[in-house]
Design a protein. Structure first.
Length: 82
């Protein structure tokens, strides 16, 4: 199964920080999409120990070295039940 980004407002460059569509001037949520969708040019990629669900936990792969800004292949997002 391929995993892809959806054409939702959360991935659109027209979305403001207050969840307002700059193009249509309406409040939207992540479930919205439209034919005027325009993918953000850059996605945030800040995978590091400080935002990993395993940081300082029993499943951390590098407990002696783990520190903010460190990267590893065992990163799990905070909302993951890793």
């Amino acid at each position: 199964m391929a995993i892809r980004l959806g054409n939702s407002c959360s991935n659109c460059e027209n979305l403001t920080a207050s969840n307002q569509c700059k193009l249509h001037d309406v409040h939207v949520t992540a479930g919205y999409t439209c034919d005027s969708f325009s993918m953000k040019a850059e996605l945030k990629n800040d995978r590091n120990c400080a935002n990993c669900a395993r940081f300082h936990g029993p499943t951390c792969a590098n407990p002696q070295k783990a520190a903010p800004e460190m990267l590893c292949s065992h990163w799990a997002p905070h909302n993951n039940l890793a």
